[in-house]
Design a protein around this ligand. Structure first.
Ligand code: IMP
Length: 193
């Protein structure tokens, strides 16, 4: 196996994983194969959403594939926004969602949070899950202009800067998504070496 489909149209994620996979695996996106169904994402958990996306694609094509889902889990909010991270205040409006999170956190002393990425892989009719986590905390105001989403309000453990104050390379040393992607690539490499 040298080719595998990533059930995404997000070019940023695609670049990240292609960089890790180097020339070991050819990661193909949905647009590469002209697959333009809207993919359902209605599960109450990250695991459920990642599996739902991978299964939807697999049922339509019969091809091996993987899909991901990510959430910001804040301890003082009982793990919210979690699976609802992209639509906490407003659908896919990064700024509104981030400002609303700060509002919810206004009186909170416990500011611990983590990003969690789950990847679901369907390979030769078997399903596998991989997880990547970065622990950290939520600031009281946004800092930095890089990145996206909640990056300006998240400081990973062992750092003083937010993700938005780091270069992409610096962020990737901690990144939940990179950790999950690395586990997937290691797994595939072990299987096929
Ligand atoms: P997705 O499942 O990767 O699309 O992520 C869902 C939501 O989580 C995004 O819309 C962002 O709000 C947030 N998110 C995911 N990854 C990151 C990240 O690396 N930094 C900041 N926010 C993120």
């Amino acid at each position: 196996m040298d080719k595998i489909i990533f059930v995404t149209n997000n070019q940023h994620k695609l670049q990240e994983i292609r960089h890790l996979a180097k020339d070991k695996f050819n990661i193909i996106s949905l647009s590469d194969i002209g697959f333009d169904f809207s993919i359902p994402e209605t599960s109450p958990t990250l695991e459920g959403n990642a599996l739902q996306k991978a299964r939807f694609f697999h049922e339509k094509t019969g091809l091996n594939c993987f899909a991901d889902d990510t959430g910001l889990e804040v301890e003082a909010l009982g793990g919210q926004p979690g699976v609802n991270s992209a639509r906490l205040a407003s659908d896919h409006d990064y700024h509104k969602n981030m400002m609303y999170l700060l509002e919810l956190m206004q009186e909170k002393q416990n500011r611990k949070a983590r990003f969690r990425t789950v990847i679901a892989l369907i390979l030769d009719e078997k399903e596998y899950l991989f997880e990547g986590i970065v622990n950290g905390h939520i600031t009281t105001e946004p800092r930095g202009n890089n990145g996206f989403g909640y990056d300006p309000v998240f400081i990973p453990q062992g750092e003083t800067r937010t993700f938005a104050q780091m270069t992409l390379e610096e962020k990737n040393k901690y990144s939940h998504r990179q950790r999950a992607f690395s586990k997937l690539i290691d797994f595939l490499q072990n299987l096929y070496s």
